[in-house]
Design a protein around this ligand. Structure first.
Ligand code: ADP
Ligand code: ASP
Ligand code: MG
Length: 412
């Protein structure tokens, strides 16, 4: 029988009643003749609560135990979903990651899926089971320890299962009815897209649009998984939601497809470092060895052999970054006068494959921000995106102004 993967996010399984609604939807697909693999998130808010407990117990926690704790939310919803389906007379059972097993790397808290053997679940399908409910977000390392895939990781679990089982489609059920031109919570003018290209979705996700985890889009693109995002709260037709697909499958699209933003950014500056060959290498090696994920980088023009070096990184890595540069200074690897951290910044980005062939997008973006009196602190670009770092208090304003200026409320 054809296989379908259906993933339900936290708000879609937030209560036993919502689990029942989701299960009904699964039942509809079973009655159409699909064997279904259901991937569930933890109930909404649960993972945050678990992360909070870990931080409270051990600020510099052992990542293996962090994973043991934060993976547990999904175990609850997987069991409840299986029970609910059984109550509806749908043959179902639950699987935790290690039981499948979802084999991952040992990079705890951000592990990557390496392999999902299909024989275990397929033999149950062959015996008449119709739904395999799998706890999302978790796996097992080569050492036999529980791992997690990073926040939002159930999306990646879902796509990885769809690829391994050759599923006809991977449906991501969430609390919005598709992918929008920007987060509908920030702009009331955000427009739902019927289709979006993998590459655009990949950029939007990695620049902060959390509707899909970045890695899930990467996997869908690589393994040609038919990926759809849709609402678990509305009745759905067969073409509901947003299809994430190859750009060739999209007839017309705007130059800019969407605006993404991330609040979780900090800007750090090393004041007065020696401007000599190798200095950037020394600084960024120290940061990388310290586990800091540097995003944007700017080096100022040097004066009298000294310069300032600025970078951005996630807010929760500022302390780590500070420690790393201080240690490098103590070891005389680098020398600087001061290190400054600005945690009141946000990153706003415009994304679109149309930028490959259209000029003037950057100029327009900067004009729009300037007209709103918003100062740009750092800029980075790639072939299909432009990102700026600005004061966080202007983030919503910037998103709305850019959405208006690029007329994203209107279809191409
Ligand atoms: P789930 O718990 O179902 O995984 P998430 O909270 O991870 O749901 O993702 C859905 C949320 O993503 C939406 O509620 C919305 O606020 C946010 N979001 C951000 N950018 C976008 C976008 N471009 N399109 C749709 N939703 C977006
Ligand atoms: N529950 C996990 C999280 O909140 C994984 C997920 O929902 O995708 O990040
Ligand atoms: Mg999510």
């Amino acid at each position: 029988m054809p296989v379908l993967v259906m993933k339900f996010g936290g708000t879609s399984v937030a209560t036993p009643d919502r689990i029942r609604r989701a299960a009904k939807r699964v039942g509809v697909e079973v009655s159409k003749g699909y064997d279904v693999i259901v991937i569930v998130s933890a109930m909404s808010g649960k993972t945050n609560e678990l992360v909070g407990w870990v931080n409270e117990t051990s600020p510099l926690y052992d990542a293996r135990e962090y994973d043991a704790v934060v993976s547990s939310g999904e175990n609850v919803t997987a069991g409840l979903m299986a029970l609910t389906l059984q109550e509806m007379d749908v043959p179902a059972r639950s699987w935790q990651g290690w039981q499948v097993p979802v084999r991952t790397t040992s990079a705890h808290s951000s592990a990557r899926i390496e392999e999902i053997p299909t024989d275990n679940i397929n033999s149950k399908f062959a015996e008449g089971m119709r739904v395999a409910v799998v706890a999302g977000f978790q796996g097992v390392s080569p050492e036999g320890r529980i791992t997690t895939l990073g926040r939002g990781g159930s999306d990646t679990t879902a796509v990885a299962f769809a690829a391994s089982f050759g599923a006809e489609r991977c449906d991501i059920y969430t609390d919005v009815d598709g992918v929008y031109t920007t987060d509908p919570r920030v702009s009331s003018k955000a427009r739902k897209l019927d289709r979006i290209a993998f590459e655009e979705m990949l950029e939007l996700a990695s620049l902060g649009a959390r509707v899909l985890q970045t890695r899930s889009v990467e996997l869908a693109m690589r393994y040609k998984v038919k990926l759809r995002v849709l609402s678990s709260f509305e009745e759905q037709s067969d073409d509901a939601g947003t299809l994430v697909c190859d750009e060739e499958e999209i007839m017309e699209s705007n130059v800019v497809a969407g605006v993404a933003f991330s609040r979780d950014e900090a800007k750090m500056t090393l004041v007065s470092v020696a401007d000599r060959p190798g200095i950037a290498a020394s600084i960024f090696t120290a940061l990388s060895d310290g586990g800091v994920n540097v995003d944007m980088i700017v080096q100022n023009i040097a004066e009298e052999g000294r310069t300032d070096m600025t970078w951005s990184c996630p807010t929760d890595q500022v302390m780590r970054a500070q420690k790393a540069v201080e240690a490098a200074k103590a070891d005389a690897v680098i020398n600087y006068q001061d290190v400054i951290a600005d945690t009141d910044v946000a990153k706003v980005s415009v994304v679109g494959i149309g930028m490959r062939s259209h000029t003037g997008v950057a100029a327009k973006m900067f004009q729009v921000l300037s007209a709103e009196g918003i100062n740009i602190k750092v800029i980075t670009t790639s072939e299909i995106k432009i990102s700026v770092l600005i004061d966080r208090k202007y983030m919503e304003l910037a998103v709305q102004a850019l959405h208006d200026a690029f007329e994203l409320d209107k279809a191409a």
